[in-house]
Write a new protein. Structure first.
Length: 610
C-alpha cells in the first residue's frame, strides 16, 4: 500500500511541471528536419533538458520569462515513436515528459489544394447551423449562447456544417471555408472568432478537435475540400500566452497598445515615412487583438508549426489568411514559404483588401512588382477586391459611359497582366465583412443572376457567401450582425428551412435553383476553370467575353442595359471561329451564332459553343 502511494506521488511530480506543450505532438517524415517544442510551466526554464532514443537536441532557448522553454530537436529520419524528455535540476531528474511523433498520411506532402476548378462556400461558423445545441454554452469559456443577442453566440457549430454538406454539394460547392474555429474566449462578440485565445484548440461551442477532423473527412468523402481561416497578424486579448508573454517583443508594444493606421500601401510605398509604416504594421487591428511580432524568430516558428500541425492533423486542403498585408512582410513571406515548401500543391489565399490591382498583385507569389523591391511574398493567391468594388455599383448603372457601366468590369480584367497567376485569384460579390449583395440591389434577381454568372465564368476561383443562394440580405450600416444572420432552418424550431427544397419559399427556391444549376454546370466545363479569356469592349452596356481552350469554348453575354439589346455576332468572329451554335447552359436551347442575338434588359446568356 505504501509502495503504491509512493509511486502515485512520484507520478504526480513527474507530470505536474508542464502545463502546456505546443505543438502537442508532431509527425515523422516531415521535410523540415527540426522541430521546436514549447514547454510551459512554472519556472520550467530553471531545468536542464535531455531527450531519449537517439534524438538530438540542437538548441535550447530560454526567454526573459522563466515559465517558457523552447527546445529544438532534429527528427530527420526518425520513425513514428514516443520519446521522453528528462528535466533535471541540480543534476537530479525532476520530471519526465513524454512526446509522440505520429505517422503521416500517405502522400501527405503532395496534397492538392483548391484551385480554379473549385467553388468555395464561405460560412460564418456561428450563424450557419446549430447541429448540437448541447454545446451552445460551455463552462470553460466566458460568453454563453444567446440567440436573441444579434452580436452574441447563436450556436452554429461544426456538427451543423456536417449535417448540411449534402446541401452544399447540391448547390455546386466543392470547398468549404468556415470562419475561424479555434477558441475565442472574449467576453463579448466572440462569435466571429478572429480574436483567438488558443490556436491549438477548437472552440468548445463549435465542437472538438475531433469534430473538426470529422468535418474534413466528411468533405473528402464527398470529394470536397476544407479551407482553414488562419490568422497570423493577431491573437485575442484572452489568449493564454498574452497573459504571460514569453518575451516583451512577442507582440508589438508602443509600449502597450496603439491602433493601426490601416494604410497598407506603406508596405511598398518608396516615399513612406518610417513612423507611418511602423504604425500600419505594428499597430493593433483593434484594442482587443494584440498584434503579433512576426520578426521574433520564436514566434514566427511557432506560427509556422501551428499551421503545419493543423494541415497534418485535420488533413486540410488550403488556408485563407486574414489581414495578410498587415503582417511584417518579411516574416509572413517566411511563414508562407515554409508551408508551401512542405506542401508544394497546397493553396493559400491572403486577404489583401486594397482597391488597386497593382497594390494587390504586389502580394502574389513571384510578382514582378514585388521583385522591383527584391520582395516575394510566396503567397499563391489573393482576393479580387477591385472586381468586388465594381460589382457593388455596376448593376445600378443602366447607361454606359466612359467610366460607368460594364466598362468597370472590363477594366478590371485589363489589368490582369499585373498578376503572376490570374487564374489563382479569388473572385466574389460579397463576404462576411462587406455589405450583402442582395441588400445593395434590393433583391433584384436579374442583377443577382448577372453577378453570379460573372464570377462563375471569369478567371479565378469563385467564392459564394452563405445565404446569397437563397436571397439573404443585410445592411452593414446597421452593424456586422446584419450581414451575418442565422441561416433559416439551421436551428430547431425555425419556421423556414431553406436547407430543404420543401422548406424554401418560392423566392428562395428561385435563387437556389439558378445558383445550383450554374455552379453544378461549372464543375463540368474546363474552359471556365483554366481556359484563356478574351473579352470585348462593352457596347450599349453589353459585355461579351469568351473562356476557351483548344477543344472547348464558352461565350458569355451580359446585358446591363435597362433596355433589350441586339448583339451582332460577326463582331466576335475571332472568338467564334468555326463554331456554329451555342447551347444555353440553363435551357440547352441552341442559338445560331451566325444570327444576331437579342437579350432582354438586365439579362445574361451563357453559351457552350458547339
Amino acid at each position: 500500500m505504501k509502495k503504491t502511494l509512493l509511486l502515485f506521488l512520484v507520478s504526480i511530480s513527474l507530470s505536474a511541471q508542464v502545463d502546456k506543450i505546443e505543438p502537442p505532438f508532431w509527425y515523422a517524415g516531415m521535410q523540415n528536419p527540426t522541430l521546436q517544442i514549447m514547454f510551459y510551466g512554472k519556472n520550467i526554464a530553471q531545468h536542464e533538458v535531455t531527450v531519449s532514443k537517439k534524438i538530438v537536441i540542437t538548441n535550447v532557448q530560454k526567454t526573459e520569462n522563466p515559465n517558457y522553454l523552447f527546445v529544438t530537436i532534429d527528427i530527420k529520419n526518425s520513425p513514428a515513436q514516443e520519446i521522453e524528455f528528462s528535466f533535471s535540476k541540480n543534476n537530479k531528474v525532476a520530471f519526465i515528459q513524454k512526446y509522440v511523433l505520429r505517422q503521416r498520411r500517405n502522400n501527405s506532402a503532395l496534397r492538392k489544394g483548391y484551385d480554379a476548378s473549385d467553388m468555395i462556400y464561405l460560412v460564418m461558423s456561428d450563424r450557419f447551423s446549430n447541429g448540437n445545441p448541447n454545446n451552445d454554452s460551455q463552462a470553460s469559456v466566458t460568453e454563453k449562447g444567446d440567440r436573441n443577442n444579434p452580436g452574441g453566440r447563436h450556436g452554429g457549430d461544426i456538427e451543423g456544417m456536417i449535417k448540411n454538406l449534402d446541401y452544399l454539394k447540391e448547390l455546386g460547392a466543392t470547398a468549404l471555408w468556415p470562419t475561424p474555429l479555434c477558441e475565442d474566449n472574449d467576453s463579448r462578440y466572440s462569435y466571429h472568432t478572429y480574436g483567438q485565445s488558443d490556436v491549438y484548440k477548437i472552440d468548445p461551442r463549435f465542437g472538438t478537435n475531433e469534430d473538426y477532423v470529422r468535418l474534413s473527412s466528411e468533405l473528402h468523402q464527398r470529394k470536397m475540400k476544407l479551407i482553414m481561416d488562419y490568422v497570423t497578424n493577431h491573437w485575442g486579448a484572452e489568449h493564454w500566452m498574452y497573459k504571460d508573454l514569453p518575451s516583451y517583443d512577442w507582440i508589438h508594444q508602443f509600449p502597450g497598445y496603439s491602433q493601426s493606421n490601416y494604410r497598407m500601401s506603406t508596405q511598398f510605398d518608396p516615399n513612406a515615412s518610417e513612423i507611418d509604416t511602423k504604425n500600419c504594421l505594428d499597430g493593433w487591428f483593434v484594442k482587443s487583438m494584440p498584434d503579433l511580432n512576426q520578426s521574433n524568430p520564436l514566434l514566427l516558428n511557432y506560427l509556422i508549426q501551428n499551421a503545419i500541425w493543423w494541415i497534418e492533423y485535420a488533413d486540410l486542403d488550403g488556408f485563407r489568411v486574414d489581414t495578410y498585408s498587415y503582417n511584417d512582410k518579411v516574416g509572413i513571406a517566411k511563414w508562407t514559404k515554409a508551408i508551401t515548401d512542405e506542401y508544394p500543391y497546397f493553396n493559400i489565399v491572403g486577404e489583401v483588401w486594397m482597391h488597386n490591382q497593382a497594390e494587390m498583385a504586389y502580394w502574389q507569389k513571384d510578382s514582378k512588382l514585388g521583385a522591383i523591391q527584391h520582395y516575394n511574398s510566396y503567397l499563391p493567391s489573393v482576393m479580387d477586391f477591385t472586381l468586388h468594388d465594381a460589382l457593388e455599383k455596376v448593376f445600378d448603372e443602366d447607361e454606359s459611359a466612359w467610366d460607368k457601366g460594364m466598362i468597370k468590369v472590363y477594366n478590371n480584367f485589363t489589368n490582369d497582366f499585373l498578376y503572376p497567376n490570374p487564374n489563382n485569384i479569388m473572385t466574389f460579390v460579397e463576404n462576411h465583412d462587406t455589405n450583402r449583395f442582395n441588400e445593395i440591389y434590393k433583391n433584384d434577381f436579374k442583377k443577382y443572376q448577372m453577378a453570379m454568372a460573372l464570377i462563375a465564368t471569369v478567371r479565378g476561383i469563385p467564392q459564394l457567401y452563405y445565404g446569397s443562394e437563397i436571397g439573404m440580405n443585410g445592411d452593414k450600416s446597421k452593424g456586422d450582425a446584419a450581414i451575418r444572420k442565422d441561416f433559416p432552418g439551421g436551428w430547431n424550431g425555425d419556421s423556414n428551412n431553406a436547407f430543404l427544397k420543401s422548406g424554401r419559399t418560392t423566392e428562395q427556391e428561385k435563387y437556389f435553383d439558378f445558383t445550383s444549376k450554374l455552379f453544378t454546370w461549372r464543375k463540368t466545363n474546363p474552359a471556365v476553370h483554366f481556359g484563356k479569356m478574351k473579352h470585348y469592349i462593352p457596347e450599349n452596356n453589353v459585355y461579351v467575353y469568351f473562356r476557351y481552350t483548344d477543344s472547348a469554348s464558352v461565350m458569355v453575354i451580359l446585358n446591363n442595359s435597362a433596355k433589350p439589346q441586339t448583339i451582332k455576332t460577326d463582331r466576335f468572329a475571332e472568338s467564334i471561329q468555326n463554331y456554329k451554335t451555342g447551347a444555353d447552359i440553363f435551357t440547352q436551347q441552341p442559338i445560331d451564332l451566325k444570327q444576331d442575338v437579342t437579350l432582354k434588359s438586365k439579362a445574361v446568356l451563357i453559351l457552350e459553343l458547339k
